[in-house]
Design a protein around this ligand. Structure first.
Ligand SMILES: C[S@@+](CC[C@H](N)C(=O)[O-])C[C@H]1O[C@@H](n2cnc3c(N)ncnc32)[C@H](O)[C@@H]1O
Length: 204
């Protein structure tokens, strides 16, 4: 199967995806990765903590199909990927106050200044994430591009300052991931010795 490297999330057809909301098991904590690609991170999260349900949101349809086929083959019933645009579809995917954790692992291939309008980590997205999180729910962001991590921190610390509290100190990156699970890009960076900038925040 040919997998596309990138798609432009601002193309008109990505604003009209007929999303199929995941079936969320009652009473089970939900974790969501936005931009989950082949869902490696969620599959390893499920091995780390099998009593939760994991949803990947991904705009490349072929990655979603591949991730769901892999999970089915491996009997990973608690991991499911959906084809959706995180910038517009989140309120149609999850009820308010239902998600325990959001992860944005290496969210943007668009790190150049002229591509800034394509970046996903906007104040609007973070407000939507806030609405969908449980009280005390968490958001984790990781990037190997310092400017993207810093922009995400500015959104969480400045634009959304009354909604979230930094898990360490204000304007401070996490020293390490609190999770054993790794995304594909995260493993690549660790193998190549590329620094990863990590942020963790709790909903107030
Ligand atoms: C750099 S990759 C990182 C993939 C994975 N999280 C990892 O760490 O290996 C970013 C992913 O986000 C997806 N993506 C970009 N914009 C998106 C959007 N608006 N909605 C959903 N997924 C998006 C891309 O298709 C891609 O799979």
């Amino acid at each position: 199967m040919r997998i596309r490297q990138h798609v432009n999330p601002l193309k008109a057809n990505f604003f009209q995806i007929a999303v199929e909301p995941p079936e969320l098991p009652a009473g089970v904590p939900i974790e969501v990765e936005l931009g989950s690609a082949e869902a490696h991170f969620l599959m390893t999260r499920a091995a780390e903590d099998p009593a939760r349900f994991y949803v990947g949101v991904e705009i490349r349809r072929d990655h979603v199909a591949l991730a769901n086929a892999t999970c089915e083959r491996q009997g990973l019933k608690q991991v499911h990927s959906v084809f959706a645009n995180m910038s517009v579809d989140l309120p149609r995917l999850f009820p308010a106050g239902r998600v325990s954790r959001f992860f944005l692992n290496f969210p943007d291939p668009w790190w150049k200044a002229r591509q800034q309008k394509r970046r996903v980590m906007s104040p609007e997205l973070v407000v939507e994430i806030f609405d969908l999180l449980t009280v005390g729910g968490e958001i984790y962001v990781a990037s190997d591009v310092f400017q993207i991590a810093l922009d995400a921190m500015a959104v969480l610390e400045h634009d959304c300052s009354r909604r979230f509290v930094n898990l360490r100190e204000p304007w401070t990156f996490l020293r390490e991931s609190p999770f054993a699970a790794r995304s594909r890009r995260e493993r690549q960076c660790e193998m190549m010795g590329i620094p990863i900038w990590r942020l963790g925040y709790r909903k107030l």
